[in-house]
Design a protein. Structure first.
Length: 167
């Protein structure tokens, strides 16, 4: 029997009810390393289920949640999970409904996280401390204002590692 390391469920519209079932399975799994459930109609509740997985699971290193409906409350749950998680290195939240409050929750958690994320993909406004250690930043398909662009530029002045920026 082969071992599944990557689960790709892009575009399956499983919503939060489906995520609840997946989360129960993920809590039992000690092999899966990559989960991509983009374009799956996941909201705050689904993010809460996934956060409960991140608090306990020690093998998931990549979580891709692009093009869903996760907002500030969902990111708050994910950020709280990052305080306990030591294995997640990639988190992609591109094209969700995350505002300044969600970004602040995430930035606060990342400043305290035992293992910093090496790749984060999201709409970012207030990220000065976060950008000091990031190596990859993807801001495609977001509505970053002139103010947001200025904040990113200011934060990049203090970046101490080589940063690859997607355009």
């Amino acid at each position: 029997m082969q071992t599944i390391l990557t689960l790709n469920l892009i575009g399956n519209k499983i919503a939060s009810a489906g995520v609840q079932h997946l989360a129960n399975a993920f809590l039992q799994n000690r092999i899966l390393t990559t989960i991509n459930i983009s374009c799956s109609d996941i909201d705050e509740t689904g993010a809460k289920y996934l956060a409960s997985v991140l608090q306990c699971n020690t093998t998931i290193s990549t979580l891709i949640l692009q093009y869903n409906r996760i907002g500030d409350e969902g990111v708050q749950h994910l950020a709280a999970a990052l305080l306990k998680n030591t294995t997640l290195t990639t988190l992609s939240l591109e094209h969700n409904k995350i505002g300044n409050e969600g970004i602040q929750h995430l930035a606060n958690a990342l400043q305290k996280n035992n293992v910093r994320l090496f790749f984060i993909d999201l709409y970012v406004l207030h990220i000065n401390d976060l950008l000091q250690t990031l190596t990859t930043l993807n801001l495609r398909w977001n509505d970053i204002s002139d103010i947001g662009t200025q904040e990113i530029a200011n934060a990049l002045k203090h970046n101490t590692v080589h940063l690859f920026v997607y355009q």
